[in-house]
Design a protein around this ligand. Structure first.
Ligand code: GTP
Ligand code: MG
Length: 443
């Protein structure tokens, strides 16, 4: 994008189908909230939103999606406001898009195209760039196919083969297809490298804790709070695209790797979910998944349901408690009464399913969240105390390698006592190394 050009003047149109046939996911939230989110998407790539409007329609019109009266009305606004781009927050067919562009003399983009555009502008790593490009090509290819069948239908089955449009589209398809294969090959290479990194990380057995959640829920803010890092956190949809990993030491010394990830959104184009599978593998394999929710958002329940849909699509069992912890974020902006109510709801939940209430901004609730994570990743491990000679540096090193040293106390006559958390199957190993008399269970 040209940095010196003034931002494009943009109109945001959110069609709301009032009858049956409303899009899946769309009916979970209010029309006003959908419009606000659409404006947020436009703002996420520096479009200057000069007009926004809800358009209620009883059914989708094949030619223009919305009715002709509305098309005309919007044409007037587009001309008066000198709009260069109209974002129609729906899935438009290529034909609908072309007709609307003609009627409004402006560029028209639909939801998938806009989200792809945002992702394209955010990608920083090679992998991110490749994934977005792949999603883009798949999107383009699917639209070529559709307009091609449209042409076929126009010919009415008289058997007139060929025609200029078809040859051009065939050529385009072939080119796109070749490019897709090339990118897939490159991605395969990047993925192999990632897998190698993951394996080498596994040799140092730090549990992985992954942050997931709706875009703008506060994942990066929480990531920064817990790791004291300074990852970009902004009131911007899809501020984060590439995953970031950092080590965090929990209150009792357990070290974990925290991973910040791309946010989800309702009706996330399926091409994008597929493209980001590789990135999200961190999440799939995580020991703990923190589902961060903006609990102050009016659509927080609809957002949570959307996130669970994507997690399910990734093959994660969202009902199984334990590994998945809901983090109810932004409690600092809740009115007192609502806050009390949520605290009560949380307190009544089963321990495994209990949400953690936090404010990533003020830090409230963060210590309890860290304890919860630590309890989960250390569940099943045994506490031991081992007595050894203060000068036994080698023995100490051995303990650090085989377990998790929690505390180190100087005992009587030149001995040190080490509190250790360790996998149960290693207890015998410790006893053999130091002598059973030097090892005590601690619970
Ligand atoms: N009041 C309040 N605001 C918060 C809190 N946590 C995050 N925010 C704000 O919410 C906005 C989004 O935060 P991010 O951390 O960028 O959200 P994210 O989930 O990483 O978003 P994406 O990367 O875009 O998916 C920022 O303006 C934050 O300052 C909180 O606990 N309280
Ligand atoms: Mg983020």
């Amino acid at each position: 994008m040209d940095r010196h050009a003034p931002p494009t003047r943009c109109a945001v149109i959110t069609p709301q189908v009032t009858k049956r046939g409303a899009r899946a996911g769309a009916d979970r939230r209010s029309p006003e909230a959908r419009l606000e989110e659409a404006v947020g998407l436009a703002a996420a790539i520096d479009l200057d939103v000069v007009y926004k409007g809800l358009v209620l329609i009883s059914e989708v019109k094949p030619a223009t999606y919305i009715g002709s009266g509305k098309v005309e009305e919007i044409a007037g606004i587009v001309a008066a406001e000198e709009v260069g781009l109209v974002f129609v927050d729906a899935a438009l067919s290529p034909v609908q898009q072309r007709n609307l562009e003609k009627a409004w003399s402006a560029k028209v983009v639909d939801r998938t195209a806009l989200i792809l555009e945002i992702f394209g502008s955010r990608a920083r790593t090679k992998e991110g760039t490749l994934q977005v490009e792949l999603a883009h090509l798949n999107y383009q290819r699917s639209r070529l196919v559709r307009s091609w069948t449209h042409l076929e239908r126009q010919r009415g089955g008289f058997g007139f083969l060929g025609g200029p449009g078809e040859t051009q589209i065939e050529a385009d398809r072939r080119q796109i297809g070749e490019r897709i294969i090339r990118i897939e090959r490159e991605l395969e290479q990047v993925k192999r490298t990632r897998a190698l990194h993951r394996t080498s990380r596994k040799r140092v057995p730090y549990p992985v804790v992954a942050l997931v959640g709706y875009t703008n829920a506060g994942k990066s803010t929480l990531f920064n709070r817990l790791t004291q890092a300074e990852v970009m956190a902004q009131d911007l949809l899809f501020a984060t695209l590439d995953p970031t990993l950092r080590a965090v030491d929990l209150p009792h010394g357990t070290r974990v790797i925290l991973s910040d990830t791309v946010g989800f959104i309702s009706e996330l184009p399926t091409q994008l979910v597929a493209a980001f599978r590789a990135t999200l593998e961190e999440v799939i394999e995580a020991d703990v998944i923190l589902h961060v929710r903006d609990i102050s958002h009016p659509d927080t329940d609809a957002q949570a349901a959307d996130v669970k849909d994507v997690l399910t699509e990734l093959g994660i069992d969202v009902e199984a408690g334990g590994r998945l912890v809901e983090v109810w974020n932004k409690i600092d902006i809740l009115p007192e009464a609502e806050r009390e109510q949520l605290l009560n709801t949380a307190a009544r939940a089963e321990p495994e399913a209990r949400p953690e209430l936090v404010s990533a901004l003020t830090g409230e609730g963060a210590p309890a969240l860290l304890d919860r994570i630590e309890a989960h990743v250390t569940a099943g491990r045994t506490l031991l105390s081992v007595t050894l000679a203060a000068e036994d540096g080698e023995g100490l090193g051995w303990l650090y390698r085989h377990g998790e040293v929690l505390e180190r106390e100087s005992g009587a006559d030149g001995h040190v006592v080490i509190s250790l958390r360790i996998l149960p199957e290693r207890v015998d190993l410790v006893k053999r190394r130091f002598g059973a008399a030097q090892v005590r269970g601690e619970d």
